[in-house]
Design a binder for this molecule. Structure first.
Ligand code: ATP
Ligand code: MG
Length: 681
């Protein structure tokens, strides 16, 4: 039996309660993740087969950390338990079951960047930003609204345009056998929904289900979970309502708040001891979050002693801020602190630029989590597209990217004509080039048709190599297509070539470590890489607060504590969610926390004077400007100015916690806005 003595009583209680629904609702650093990891080890020690468990987390990094910890606790098992993200689970599920909805299981998972490219090609006649179209389509998909219904619901012209693009996009995915991130959840749900027998079978298979960071699940994930556990309800979820930070992406906090009503006989476990942060850090976090209204309210006591006072750093501007932080980090490292115990967090990615400069000047190597991701760099994307075409030559989307890269002397017109002919012939581009040699000779110049012929022959050749040795494939790709040579003549060639080499290295490594996997598997793993996967164990980390979820660092810096930056104020911003982000940020710190404020920043082309974030005051770490006092001075009929919505008139005033909410009429549209977000004019 598993030794549980390293856990406290409540944690042990949660671990031992293996049957029926369990909710562990507790604050940051109280050992929620540790508890479900131990619970998994405990289940296995009871003799429950690993294959009958399913543990879901938010990021691959969290999953692999948990796997490591759980495996360290248990004896060798021949079959490791399935511990992964929701999306990875969806992917595995689709590999087995996508044929049930008439699709082939050789599908390719596209990433956000691919998705935007596809949408761009359908949105040439609209001015709507692609990002907005992408997120609206995602919202439809995760709400299980199909294009037809979206069209019927669309009243405004812009939504009609989006519904049409949505329809084209879905057709495109289906005909190219592509799957986007949303599909990884939507399609499994649809398959289970329409097949009771399968649903029962799957539910029998996963007898014990656990979910970490449950507060950030969305409605669809909830529905999927219900399907997965419908024969047994052995579902243990852990989370913290105060750390719900994905509301903007559709996470539904009701999932956790109403868990005890959604299931019968829920056992609720509270964990009230914090094992991560010092008393001072924890107090600041608790003081801050107490300003939110919509919360359950929890007790959290530190076990780490009082610790050092939180430091508030003042700077004139972002350069001075970056310089001071870099100096401090350098000092820490010189005093023997391991760089991986240090992190800098920011609310918005744009703040990383000055920080990076500061770190570079002090020659402090860092890993940036998020930002322009390695796999989204053009040269890496090219190589990925080659691999995709080798795995599936009928992947038109990827062929289009590489057909003339490196340059093969194909003109734009030739390419477009050929794509159209392939389409008219109902063939993939690859098929069309392979089977219609004489037609191509007529359509294209001699040089171009020869180049196309060579291109498909090379693909076929590499496919034949791949059958024998995936490992040797890379050399063959370089030999045939000379991708590195192509980049030799481009700007930033050194960096690009080293990125390609790094990618080749990763691929070879993967093949070595997973001899039974094929190129498809590798590509799908790549598509699922999440921000946190880029943390390197030897460097300091810099990342957005969103990416820092679940992590902990001995020395933590949070920059940009200014009104407008953090809390971020703008269209659709939600002050309570901002505060929860503040809570997440502060509670990542174990020993020392520095909160940094800069009196001005250069942002969007100009320098702006800034005032201290209200969060500094709310967390009790400094007497900031008294923002709330001015809010009481509004009355009905006042004219006010908002940064985004412009000028409007106050029509209602109500009190929300310690703040005032104004209803404002902006030329006919009424909006509810917190008083501190507008100025009286
Ligand atoms: P978050 O809300 O940030 O996800 P969490 O509740 O998941 O935090 P963990 O990451 O599991 O918390 O634990 C926080 C830290 O406390 C870890 O370093 C963990 O090893 C330690 N810890 C958890 N429980 C105990 C315990 N009973 N005794 C000693 N240390 C513990
Ligand atoms: Mg956790």
């Amino acid at each position: 039996m598993q030794d549980l003595t390293m856990l406290n009583e409540s944690q042990q209680d949660a671990v031992k309660c293996v049957d029926g629904p369990v909710l562990i609702l507790a604050g940051a650093g109280s050992g929620k993740t540790k508890t479900i990891t131990s619970r998994l080890a405990y289940l296995l020690s009871l003799g429950i087969p690993p294959a009958n468990t399913l543990t879901l987390t938010f990021t691959n990094k969290a999953a692999s950390e948990m796997r490591e910890r759980a495996m360290a606790m248990i004896e060798e098992h021949t079959y490791p338990p399935l511990l992964c993200t929701f999306h990875k689970f969806g992917l595995l599920f689709l590999k087995f079951h996508i044929e049930k909805i008439g699709r082939k299981n050789s599908f390719v998972v596209i990433d956000t960047d691919d998705k935007k490219r596809i949408l761009k090609s359908f949105s040439t006649s609209t001015e709507l930003p692609t990002g907005m179209i992408a997120s609206e389509i995602s919202r439809y998909k995760t709400s299980l609204i199909d294009p037809k219904v979206a069209w019927e619901k669309a009243e405004q012209k812009s939504y009609q345009v989006i519904a049409k693009i949505y329809e084209q996009y879905e057709d495109y995915l289906e005909s190219n056998n592509l799957v986007d991130f949303d599909d990884l959840l939507v399609l499994p749900y649809k398959i289970l929904e329409s097949d009771d027998a399968l649903c029962e079978e799957v539910s029998h298979r996963y007898q014990y289900i656990m979910v970490d960071e449950y507060q950030d699940t969305n409605e669809l994930q909830y529905k999927l979970l219900r399907k997965l556990c419908f024969t047994h309800n052995n579902l243990c979820v852990v989370g913290d309502d105060d750390q719900s930070i994905y509301g903007w992406r559709g996470a539904n906090i009701k999932n956790i708040l109403e868990f005890h009503e959604s299931f019968d006989n829920v056992k609720i476990v509270k964990l009230e001891k914090n094992y991560r942060s010092t008393t001072q850090i924890l107090k600041a976090a608790n003081d801050l979050i107490e300003h939110n209204r919509g919360r359950i309210g929890k007790v959290l006591e530190s076990t780490k002693g009082d610790g050092k006072a939180i430091e508030v750093m003042d700077s004139h501007d972002e350069n001075q801020e970056a310089h001071s932080i870099a100096k401090r980090i350098k000092k820490l490292i010189l005093s023997g602190v391991s760089p991986n115990e240090i992190a800098v967090l920011y609310r918005i990615n744009a703040l990383s630029r000055s920080l990076e400069e500061g770190l570079n000047k002090e020659q402090i190597p860092y890993n940036m989590v998020g930002g322009v991701k390695f796999y989204e760099r053009a040269e890496v994307k090219d190589v990925i597209s080659y691999l995709r075409v080798i795995a599936n030559p009928h992947d038109d989307f990827s062929i289009k990217r590489i057909i003339n890269r490196p340059k093969r002397g194909l003109g734009k017109v030739t390419i477009e004509r050929m794509i159209k002919s392939a389409y008219d012939n109902r063939q993939s581009i690859y098929e069309y080039i392979t089977c219609n040699e004489s037609a191509i000779e007529k359509e294209a110049t001699k040089k171009a048709s020869l180049a196309l012929k060579e291109f498909v022959q090379n693909i076929a050749y590499i496919r034949s190599i791949q059958e024998n040795s995936t490992y040797d494939m890379i050399d063959a790709i370089e030999e045939s297509f000379a991708i590195k040579e192509y980049y030799n003549n481009q700007p930033d060639s050194l960096e690009r070539i080293s990125n390609i080499d790094e990618f080749y290295g990763l691929f070879r490594d993967y093949v070595k470590q997973n001899p039974q996997m094929n190129v498809d598997d590798f590509l799908n793993e790549l598509a699922l890489q999440s921000d946190q996967d880029q943390i390197d164990s030897e460097n300091i980390s810099i990342m957005s607060i969103h990416a820092s979820k679940g992590l902990e660092f001995e020395y933590l810096f949070v920059i940009g504590l200014e009104e407008g930056f953090f809390p971020l104020i703008g269209d659709g911003s939600d002050i309570e969610e901002e505060r929860r982000l503040g809570y997440v940020a502060i509670t990542r710190a174990k020993q020392e926390l520095t909160l940094s404020f800069s009196a001005s920043r250069f942002y969007k082309g100009r320098r702006t004077e800034l005032t201290k974030s209200r969060f500094l005051k709310e967390a009790g770490v400094c007497e900031g400007s008294l923002i709330f006092e001015k809010t009481t001075s509004f009355k009905k009929g006042d004219l006010v100015k908002h940064k985004i919505f412009g000028i409007g008139r106050v029509t209602e005033i109500s009190k929300v916690g310690r703040e005032f909410k104004l209803q404002i009429n902006f030329s006919g549209t009424r909006r509810d806005i917190l008083a501190s977000f507008v100025e009286k004019i």
